[in-house]
Design a protein around this ligand. Structure first.
Ligand code: 1GP
Length: 241
């Protein structure tokens, strides 16, 4: 049963906005998980995403097992690489980096990942992942060796998102990059949203309640925040249920 995706669709129809807290296994110590999750559970967060650009083998699984002890929120892998795939999570964003032209990140890694995914019960969420330029180089750009789409290239951004939908992807993720100087602009979010019939995820550089609200108002269905919570856990207190 595709429960994670079905829940996203149901929430959107209510309408209810969704928030994923991104936990990078490279940056979160297992000892700190319980205290952090207390704050996450008291907040409006609806999902936990786990992943990073460069994570050592086994670290993701250990972290997911620990998170599961303290939260009932769905845990979705947001993997930078195949070694981050673990059956202990609930789902996986099966990301194709459609803003770039590196075949490895469009289809190559995916072929490699299949035998591993087949061994799991993870719900697979096919996602068109789009990196948008934000003023500085991001780790996605460095690791994937692709160029982000320029912020000004609005029509290219819209057409790329729509192409992802037409290819059958179930989600589009507009990514400014972890720790981005400029989050995705509301104008980009609203224009992309108008063209899509599938849910829209937005992330990268969102650091305040006002930036979160403005992403929702522009049309983001699910917002992803990582760095702002890593830097200051009290931000979670500002978004209590
Ligand atoms: C990064 O979109 C996510 O892949 C979240 O970005 O860490 O800047 O919140 P931040």
């Amino acid at each position: 049963m595709n429960s994670i995706y079905q829940n996203i669709i149901t929430s959107i129809s209510r309408p209810k906005k969704l928030l994923a807290v991104l936990i990078d296994p490279d940056k979160m110590n297992v000892e700190n998980v319980s205290g952090f999750l207390d704050k996450v559970n008291a907040s409006i967060a609806t999902h936990i995403f786990v992943g990073g650009s460069e994570v050592d083998k086994g670290v993701t699984e250990t972290l997911v097992v620990e998170i599961k002890k303290y939260s009932n929120l769905p845990i979705v892998l947001f993997p930078g690489d195949i070694i981050q795939i673990t059956d202990k999570a609930d789902g996986i964003l099966f990301l194709s980096l459609i803003s770039g032209r590196n075949p490895e990140y469009l289809i190559g890694k995916h072929v490699e990942a299949v035998s591993k995914i087949n061994e799991t019960t993870l719900e697979v969420l096919p996602t068109g992942y789009m990196l948008i330029e934000n003023g500085k180089q991001t780790s996605v750009e460095r690791v994937s060796q692709t160029k982000p789409i320029k912020r000004q290239a609005l029509q290219t951004i819209i057409d790329t998102a729509k192409a992802g939908e037409l290819l059958g992807m179930q989600l589009i993720y507009l990514e400014a990059g972890s720790g981005a100087t400029h989050p995705i602009e509301p104008k980009i979010i609203s224009n992309v949203k108008q063209q899509l019939n599938i849910p829209l995820i937005v992330g990268g550089g969102i650091r305040s309640l006002s930036e979160l609200t403005s992403a929702y108002k522009a049309g983001a269905d699910l917002v992803v925040i990582g760095t702002a919570f890593e830097d200051d856990e009290t931000f979670l207190n500002e978004i209590k249920k």
